[in-house]
Design a protein around this ligand. Structure first.
Ligand SMILES: Nc1ncnc2c1ncn2[C@@H]1O[C@H](COP(=O)(O)OP(=O)(O)OP(=O)(O)O)[C@@H](O)[C@H]1O
Length: 342
């Protein structure tokens, strides 16, 4: 298990967070640009000194160990393979650095290349490999030293969509077999959901939310997380099912009291040109701020008492004359509007 409090001070940035990753666990670090994710990995690897705090591996101090002696494997976005070495020698490099005799290191490397599905590519130079193959060599190199801690910095970011799928599946399999602690930095919520046991969301150098991927996705606690998982998110004050926001009161599925978050998906919002008949409980008049294509539907950005995204079909855009500046009525299903303590 890796545990610690990591403090890194820079002129205009301070990282200060606690992190714990159990053996066999995969933690994904998510967060906006500049949040401090790479700083966490570099500190764990020993490439960056801590300003304060500590890192422990199974209870023993690790932050005092120099980088080259830490039992850490790293995989980067851009592979960082040695261009003049064969795939086999790239993988053997890790064990060699850890004092394994040359012959044995190359044997080990061969086994690892086979494990990542690259038997037959031992003699290939990095430039003769595809992006997906190069990344699997990098993974084999990281795992060949039998690290206790595996650090992956955007390992799929440089790959095209198809290769990404294939390498994500390979990574999933190898992470499943890996018995050390793994920390994955990613911008992609799908990578995080598929690969991680737990998400840790970092903003501005601090942890703002953590938990199982499904729990974080269902109950975002910051705008960044809400956007990541595609939900509208507000803070309000609840009195039973009624939640008072700044400009409007919404009815939520759950009964709560006091400060709450309210979240709903863009698909829970229906738009009308005129005030709809009957009285849907969540109804307000909005002005369209923008209209953009989003996969096979259209995302409409609403301004007014509630800033929200609504997903509608392309046909609805034409029928309702949805264009920036137009006025519409927005109705929201209470059953899809979730309230939880803030
Ligand atoms: N070598 C450096 N010297 C000074 N400041 C740095 C250095 N590297 C990063 N920073 C600053 O530290 C902060 C955290 O950077 P970091 O790279 O850890 O963020 P990140 O979450 O990994 O971002 P991204 O998703 O863009 O890679 C940023 O404000 C960045 O500008």
């Amino acid at each position: 298990m890796i545990s610690g409090r990591l403090v890194v001070e820079r002129p205009r940035f301070r990282l200060d967070l606690e992190l714990e990753v159990a053996a066999g666990e995969v933690v994904a670090l998510l967060g906006p640009n500049g949040a401090g994710k790479t700083t966490v990995l570099r500190a764990l690897a020993g490439l960056l000194p801590l300003s304060a705090g500590h890192i422990r591996l199974d209870g023993e101090p690790l932050h005092t160990t120099p980088a080259e002696r830490r039992p850490v494997g790293m995989v980067f976005q851009d592979y960082l393979l040695f261009p003049h070495l064969s795939a086999l020698d790239n993988v053997a490099f890790g064990p060699r650095c850890h004092g394994v005799p040359k012959r044995r290191a190359r044997e080990l490397a061969g086994e690892w290349l086979e494990r990542v599905g690259l038997a037959g590519h031992e003699r290939a130079r990095p430039r003769e490999l595809s992006g997906g193959q190069a990344q699997r060599v990098a993974l084999a190199r990281a795992l060949a030293v039998r690290p206790r801690l595996l650090l992956l910095d955007e390992p799929l970011a440089a790959l095209d969509a198809h290769t990404r799928l294939e390498v994500r599946a390979a990574l999933h399999r190898h992470l499943g077999d890996f018995d050390g602690a793994a920390v994955l930095v990613t911008h992609d919520p799908l990578d995080a959901m598929v690969l991680a046991d737990r998400l840790v969301v970092v903003e501005d150098g601090a942890v703002v939310q953590e938990g199982a991927p499904s729990a974080v996705a269902r109950r975002p606690r910051t705008d960044y997380v809400a956007r990541l998982v595609g939900l509208n998110l507000y803070r309000g004050v609840a009195d039973g099912h009624a939640v008072r926001l700044d400009g409007v009161t919404l009815n939520a599925a759950e009964s709560q009291t006091g400060p709450v978050f309210v979240a709903f998906p863009p698909t829970a919002v229906a738009l009308y040109r005129t005030r709809p008949d009957g009285t849907p409980r969540n109804l307000w008049e909005a002005v369209i701020g923008g209209v953009e294509r989003h996969g096979d539907h259209v995302r409409v950005l609403l301004t007014g008492p509630v800033e929200a995204s609504a997903d509608v079909t392309a046909a609805a855009v034409a029928e309702l004359g949805l264009r920036p500046g137009a006025r519409v009525w927005a109705a929201l299903k209470a059953t899809e509007t979730h309230a939880y303590p803030a």
